[in-house]
Design a protein. Structure first.
Length: 212
């Protein structure tokens, strides 16, 4: 009986993953990428979001204008450990967070796949409660990327998590997005578009600045 229940749960999960895959294809990540580059707003759920390209360290990243950098007190409360992300943008009192963190190391392009697999595998082991939804990897215009998204549980309740790794000009960086669980279906493709439009200028500063 226990084995039958496990098989049934696995079948339900496979159906759910296929449904989400079809939903993501309908939302068209490629269209979101073009929309970001054109500077047009994107309708996400019941809201319209405008995006600005910001200089985060040596990287250029599209961030919704409605999101604000979290102040230091909020950061220390929500991320009490010392190895917190360099940049945390938030809206709705921290219910929706975007984080970005450049790593202080160089990685050869040939090493990226192994590096990304190691990081993602490590996260899965640390958080076995995560329900994996999608995974992807690729390269375009000199940007190497790898990502997964999942549903997980935290002190804030049931959450959707998108986590991505990029490599540009041999510099790696982490990107993540979290929101309440029911927002994942609409935010997932947008997060992938944000990840795949990251660029490295190699001459950034430790401040955020909208691209002219």
């Amino acid at each position: 009986m226990e084995q039958d229940r496990e098989i049934a749960l696995m079948e339900q999960l496979m159906v759910l993953q296929e449904q989400r895959k079809q939903w993501r294809e309908q939302l068209d990540v490629e269209n979101f990428i073009e929309t970001l580059k054109e500077g047009a707003s994107i309708h996400i759920g019941e809201q319209q979001f405008s995006f600005k390209r910001m200089q985060l360290d040596t990287f250029l990243v599209f961030i919704p204008e409605e999101y604000d950098l979290m102040d230091q007190e909020e950061i220390e409360q929500k991320y009490p450990y010392t190895q917190r992300p360099d940049y945390i943008f938030t809206i709705d009192f921290g219910l929706h967070d975007i984080t970005f963190n450049r790593l202080d190391e160089k990685i050869d392009e040939s090493q990226f796949a192994g590096f990304a697999n190691g990081v993602i595998s490590g996260l899965k082991k640390i958080h076995p409660e995560m329900v994996l939804l999608n995974e992807g990897t690729g390269e375009e215009d000199g940007l190497f990327y790898s990502y997964f998204d999942s549903e997980t549980v935290s002190l804030d309740g049931e959450l959707y998590l998108f986590f991505g790794i990029v490599l540009a000009q041999n510099e790696p960086a982490f990107f993540s997005y979290t929101c309440p669980k029911d927002g994942g279906e609409v935010w997932g493709p947008v997060c992938e578009a944000m990840l795949r439009t990251i660029e490295n200028t190699l001459e950034g500063e430790r401040v955020d600045d909208e691209e002219n």
